[in-house]
Design a protein around this ligand. Structure first.
Ligand SMILES: NC(=O)c1ccc[n+]([C@@H]2O[C@H](COP(=O)([O-])OP(=O)(O)OC[C@H]3O[C@@H](n4cnc5c(N)ncnc54)[C@H](O)[C@@H]3O)[C@@H](O)[C@H]2O)c1
Ligand SMILES: O=c1ccn([C@@H]2O[C@H](COP(=O)(O)OP(=O)(O)O[C@H]3O[C@H](CO)[C@@H](O)[C@H](O)[C@H]3O)[C@@H](O)[C@H]2O)c(=O)[nH]1
Length: 345
């Protein structure tokens, strides 16, 4: 019988790619998403349960009605800058609501959990590349909310035997290599899609947040990891838990950092466009440099990222963006009223 996985936040960017990946690999999938940020058309409609991970009655009913083998938890608010301005929103959604989900799992004896954590738990790292044993000193509420969940997961493992794998992603980027799914945050705050907006002329210029960091060109350095490679790591983590694996933590990145300026230059080459830029102040909560050491995930999970080249990551994001633009222009030519973009057939 197929194993059933509950994907919380499965209508979002990374979660929707995960749903597609799981279905392609023979799993049953149920998605729980409140669509606060996600897209209804990013998941097969018959699999979507509309609701909140912090709705205890709903979650307990789901666990009563479905034989859930494992939960993958993508549901969260994700903007570093917003978390500095509105910390309550982040601690409530990312921490308090997750606690409700975990408690319902515990009460129903569902004992396998895969958690989307983040490089933001490390804060400003003492050294790069960062290994998993680097101390956690988050410098923004987003990272702190994720570190708090990690602590809960360790304690739930010890006390209740709820087994988790924590995946600390660095900067998720790119899109489904088939072109069917991609990143559609609204508002978009992530560098690569914003740079592609500027390349397409949909935005006047890309603001560079800080040019006085202690990096070779003065702009922040990040480790961009393809969304399809993140999905591969989740599937391997799921297999490990289903085979009796224990609590563990893995960094997921390519081990190579690119500055904001290097990303802009790479995007200009991929799109064959001029990308106008303007200097802007530093964004609060941004560490200067985040680069992963993912040796442990490769060694223990057998993770072999496929799309490690920055140009490939940007090209896939660009292909998805162009597909969306083509679909939107077809819709606006054929209807008077706006129709939601459907990326699934
Ligand atoms: N995008 C990145 O670069 C990145 C990097 C590191 C970690 N992560 C983590 O990966 C996960 C997914 O990120 P993403 O970029 O796909 O974000 P996203 O905003 O596209 O997806 C999150 C999804 O969760 C849903 N959601 C949010 N709160 C919910 C709640 N309380 N109940 C039910 N559904 C809820 C949203 O509607 C959305 O569909 C997040 O946990 C994020 O912290 C993302
Ligand atoms: O218009 C922009 C947008 C971003 N940046 C910079 O580009 C870099 C990357 O920013 P962004 O794409 O917003 O990602 P991060 O803030 O690094 O955060 C992402 O990556 C983290 C892990 O490293 C995850 O935890 C977060 O969820 C995810 O949003 C940062 O230095 C930003 O200051 C700009 O200069 N201009």
């Amino acid at each position: 019988m197929k194993q059933k996985v509950l994907v919380a936040g499965g209508a979002g960017y990374i979660g929707s790619h995960m749903v597609k990946d799981l279905l392609a690999n023979g799993y049953e999938v149920l998605v729980l998403d409140n669509l606060s940020k996600g897209h209804r058309d990013a998941v097969p409609h018959e699999r979507l349960v509309l609701g909140n991970i912090g709705d205890r009655d709903l979650v307990e009913t789901l666990f009563d009605q479905h034989a859930i083998a494992a939960v993958m938890h993508f549901a969260a608010f994700i903007e570093v800058g917003e978390s500095v301005r509105e910390p309550e929103k982040y601690y409530r959604n990312n921490f308090a609501e997750t606690l409700v989900l975990l408690d319902a799992m515990r009460r129903h004896g569902i004992a396998r959990f895969i958690f989307s954590s983040t490089a933001a738990v490390y804060g400003t790292p003492k050294q790069t590349p960062i290994t998993e044993d680097h101390p956690l000193h988050p410098i923004n509420p987003y990272g702190a909310s994720k570190a708090m969940v990690e602590q809960v997961l360790k304690d739930f493992d010890s006390a209740y035997g709820l087994k988790s794998i924590v995946l600390r992603y660095f900067n998720a980027a790119g899109a489904d290599p088939d072109g069917e799914l991609g990143e559609r945050h609204d508002p978009e705050t992530h560098l690569i899609p914003l740079v592609l907006d500027a390349a397409a002329g949909a935005r006047d210029a890309i603001a560079i947040f800080g040019q006085d960091y202690d990096t070779p060109d003065g702009t922040c350095i990040r480790d961009y990891i393809h969304v399809a490679d993140l999905c591969q790591a989740h599937r391997l983590a799921l297999d490990a838990l289903l085979q009796g694996g224990e609590f563990n933590i893995y960094n997921l990145g390519n081990g190579r950092g690119f500055s904001v300026r290097e990303v802009i230059d790479a995007a200009a080459a991929v799109t064959e466009s001029q990308i106008p830029c303007r200097a802007a102040p530093r964004r609060p909560g941004d560490p200067p440099r985040l680069i992963a050491d993912s040796t442990k995930a490769k060694r223990e999970l057998g993770w072999t990222p496929e799309y490690t080249d920055l140009a490939t990551i940007i090209r896939h994001a660009w292909q998805f963006r162009q597909r969306c633009m083509a679909a939107e222009s077809t819709v606006s030519r054929t209807t008077d009223s706006p129709t939601p973009l459907s990326t699934r057939t």
